[in-house]
Design a protein around this ligand. Structure first.
Ligand code: AKG
Length: 502
């Protein structure tokens, strides 16, 4: 299966497991006991309540250490046992809920496969169209919505525990939903931090050189900092629905979900229309002074999506991507905290595979999986990622073109905005004009014409600004070229130097 994702702020993700998983969960010296609270050797620890629905599934490596060498996975699948676990799940994904339920009674093996939570999550999200109240698990949520008379509370949460069932794929999915972030993954903090710098300093030291920075103390006047918490948002937003992955949900229902869900990729509330839906929210924060030069405003209502409210529980977040339309961004944490990992534009993060046209990005299924399988590799890299934990009251500047991954370390509420300053104008115009703009440009319906509309609107509002930026670029390029010594300029080691013949 291809592991792909659109390169935009949208959170649609279809990805597959990375082959390293096998190594992580199987090449252990002793069998892994999924019921052990902590793996002292690796410093991994499980979330409380993580034992809920593993059904006794063990990593494949444990089979080789079992006295019987019997994998009940195979016996119970009949002729389908030759298929990989991914393929079995893929096929089961064509069934509806009642067929999955019936098939689950056929054998222990089918019971485990048919109980796989992501299958029920997909069914619930696709079939219930947001019309559900999350109740304990996706399976029970789906059953409750379909059969309102059925007392789902009678379904045990942990389900049956099956002996001798080995599957890396299913184990990994459970493990990634159950692991706490390791303290080792949170240690590196190498982002520059600044407090109270001037706009000129920001432009000179961070925006011009396109480098991330964490800005402290610039949200102090935000009403949102004082008011925004669960109760306030629930009371203020009432029945208004917000974008949560592929569905729309009331904030109250979203919190009900996020309180109960223990999953690998928790749904994330990520809404670009929040300030239109609930105008008071848009008035309770200000763009920090460093980011006010935002030229996309010349497009008025036709500007691509540019601001989002973001809410999610611990473990939710954004897997590796580059921000849309070559814009830069800022992200302000109002409640909670976020771990950031950023790579400069010329360094593709390990485990991440962008398509040559830049439209799609393949990466591990979940953020935790990336940390488990790829984070350690960055320790030996010459170009280390920039990392930090951004806490409530802090703002991170994400320069254009930088790859970034974010994971919430606790329930978090944030605002992010993307913008085009004059320093970034030419990049954005170049991006909008790419031959595959119809696929690459995002956040607007009129992708192909955005370039011309933007250029015209800029020329009307700021005559000469584009030429001015072009000139600046030429001057900068010249300044960056190394000055040749007399000797270099007269020998043939440099292009353009003329030769002496003796
Ligand atoms: O999850 C987050 O807060 C980060 C969002 C993000 O990466 C983005 O808006 O580009």
């Amino acid at each position: 299966m291809a592991l792909k994702r659109k390169n935009s702020k949208m959170r649609s993700i279809t990805r597959a497991r990375t082959s390293q998983n096998r190594k992580i969960v199987s090449n252990k010296q002793a069998p892994i006991d999924p019921h052990r609270e902590e793996d002292e050797e690796d410093g991994f620890s499980l979330k409380t309540s993580a034992h809920s629905n593993n059904h006794g599934v063990q990593p494949l490596g444990n089979l080789y250490l079992s006295p019987t060498s019997h994998n009940s996975r195979d016996a119970g699948l009949g002729n389908l046992h030759v298929l990989t676990d991914e393929l079995v799940i893929e096929i089961l994904g064509f069934l509806d809920g009642s067929h999955l339920g019936v098939l689950a009674t056929v054998s222990k093996s089918f019971y485990i496969f048919c109980s796989h939570e992501p299958l029920w999550r997909t069914l619930a999200l696709e079939k219930l169209n947001g019309g559900f109240l999350y109740t304990r698990s996706w399976r029970t949520t789906y059953i409750a919505a379909h059969y309102p008379g059925f007392a789902v509370s009678r379904i045990g949460l942990s389900g049956l525990a099956i002996r001798d069932f080995y599957s890396d794929f299913l184990f990994q999915s459970w493990l990634c939903a159950s692991l706490e972030m390791k303290s080792d993954w949170l240690k590196r903090d190498n982002i520059p931090r600044r407090r109270g710098i001037s706009v000129e300093e920001f432009v000179l030291n961070f925006e011009e050189p396109n480098k991330p920075v964490l800005l402290e103390g610039c949200l102090m006047k935000w009403v949102a900092m004082k008011k925004w918490d669960r109760d306030y948002l629930v009371a203020t937003c009432g029945d208004i629905k917000f974008s949560v992955g592929p569905v729309e949900m009331k904030i109250e229902d979203y919190f009900r979900y996020s309180d109960q869900a223990r999953e690998e990729r928790p749904l994330y509330l990520f809404d670009p229309k929040f300030a239109k839906k609930v105008p008071i929210l848009g008035l309770e924060y200000d763009v920090p002074v460093y980011f006010r030069d935002d030229l996309f405003y010349v497009l008025g209502d036709e500007r691509p999506d540019y601001r989002w409210i973001i809410i999610g529980p611990a473990g939710s977040g954004s897997s590796f991507h580059v921000d849309p339309n070559s814009t830069s961004a800022w992200n302000a944490v109002i409640k909670g905290s976020k771990k950031w990992v950023l790579f400069p534009p010329d360094v593709i993060p390990p485990g991440v595979h962008p398509s040559p046209d830049g439209v799609e990005v393949a990466c591990p299924v979940s953020i935790i999986e990336w940390f488990m399988n790829f984070y350690a590799a960055t320790k030996d890299w010459k170009k280390k990622p920039i990392e930090c934990i951004c806490k409530a009251g802090e703002v991170i500047f994400v320069p254009h073109g930088w790859w970034h991954l974010v994971i919430n370390l606790e329930e978090s509420i944030a605002i992010t905005q993307n913008y085009v300053s004059r320093r970034n104008l030419l990049n954005v115009l170049d991006f909008l004009k790419k031959p595959n703009a119809s696929e690459l440009v995002s956040g607007t319906k009129d992708r192909v014409n955005l370039h011309d509309k933007f250029q015209k609107a800029i020329e009307a509002s700021f005559p000469g600004i584009i030429e001015g930026q072009l000139m600046r670029k030429v001057t900068e390029k010249k300044a960056q070229q190394p000055r040749l010594s007399f000797w270099e300029s007269v020998t043939d080691t440099n292009a353009g130097a003329f030769k002496f013949s003796f």
